[in-house]
Design a protein around this ligand. Structure first.
Ligand code: UDP
Ligand code: MG
Length: 317
């Protein structure tokens, strides 16, 4: 099979028939053998009925129905597991991405040897509240990941060589960083294609609000940590720990010597320990470090939990 199209969706009933018809047209025009995997991420509207209905019209339609809403990353994960095509293309369900891009994406993977090609919505039809933070986000993601040629990490339209998606694990909300996941898995030929973007035709965005940026950055730090220290945490903890211990030890020696031999010799100074801020700063710093490290350790443990990718699927065809 040439192409698997994986489409995660949450309450997109209005878009699905038009989207599938469009994909079908493009595939038939280019004589591709293909499948379209709809992953219904716990929609509360009639999306699943629409998918079942499409299935009766074409056996290219595959479907996975989650019991509840898990998020876009789990939806992609399960779609990737099911995908059989040599090239796997992901696409949002809301008709913002154009299926007309598929042939060129396919060509870049099969002919130009790319492992991953990400869409780049150079001209974007989203509100400013989305586009400005996205610029910031992408700049950080480029810097941290070292993938300097990508402008749009989070573009829903992407194409992958089959090996790539079978060798990465998209969990949590890591769909924003799939190129980074791919790079960490050893797939380094990552490219970009400028794609057409349209305003959302039906429904509204499922990703709004401030905490998505915050979570997004935490995920990025986690990935950076995992790729650098994931299998050798001691390189980080050991170094930091030693550094702190040495500074602490030196401080203790100085304070002790000062106490014993009165080195400051009656110079006028106030004790820093008189200030309540000293204790506040100390406590916050210690607690902050602890929390941060606890988060990393939790992450390491979570990634090894046997049920981490155990999503409840209600129905599948
Ligand atoms: N989506 C999903 N599960 C979720 C949220 C979103 O499968 O919990 C899907 C959604 O239906 C769409 C894609 O992810 O197909 C991108 O979402 P959206 O268009 O709302 O994001 P935006 O384009 O506004 O960034
Ligand atoms: Mg969208």
């Amino acid at each position: 099979m040439d192409i698997s199209v994986v489409i995660p969706l949450y309450n997109e009933e209005e878009s699905l028939p038009e989207l599938f018809a469009w994909i079908q047209r493009v595939m038939d025009d280019n004589h591709f053998s293909y499948e379209v995997i709809f992953v219904n991420d716990g929609s509360t509207d009639r999306s699943w009925e629409v998918i079942e209905n499409l299935r009766t019209q074409s056996d290219k339609v595959k479907g996975i129905k989650f019991r509840r809403n898990y998020g876009k990353s789990p939806a992609l994960y399960c779609g990737f597991e099911k995908a059989q095509g040599n090239v796997v293309i992901t696409m949002d369900a809301d008709l913002q991405d154009s299926p007309d891009e598929i042939p060129e994406l396919y060509r870049m993977i099969t002919k130009e040897g790319y492992d991953l090609v990400s869409g780049y919505k150079q001209k974007r039809y989203d509100p400013l509240s989305k586009t400005i933070p996205t610029k910031l986000f992408n700049a950080t993601a480029r810097a941290v990941s070292g993938i300097n040629n990508l402008h749009d990490f989070n573009c829903g339209l992407k194409a992958y060589r089959r090996d790539v998606i079978k060798n990465i694990e998209v969990y949590g909300e890591m769909h924003r960083y799939i190129p980074y996941l791919a790079k960490n898995a050893g797939f380094s030929k990552i490219g970009e294609k400028i794609v057409h973007h349209q305003a959302r035709k039906f429904g509204k965005t499922k990703f709004g609000g401030l905490n998505r940026f915050f979570n997004g950055y935490l995920d990025l730090i986690t990935l950076w940590f995992l790729s650098k220290f994931g299998v050798k945490p001691m390189h980080m903890f050991g170094f930091l720990g030693s550094l702190m211990f040495i500074f602490g030890f030196i401080s203790v020696v100085i304070i002790g010597a000062n106490k014993l031999y009165n080195l400051t010799n009656g110079l006028p100074y106030t004790l820093i320990t008189d200030s309540p801020y000293f204790y506040l700063a100390l406590t916050l710093m210690i607690l902050g470090t602890q929390l941060f490290l606890a988060g990393f350790i939790g992450e390491l443990i979570a990634r090894n939990a046997p049920e981490r990718n155990n999503y409840k699927i209600e129905e599948e065809f």
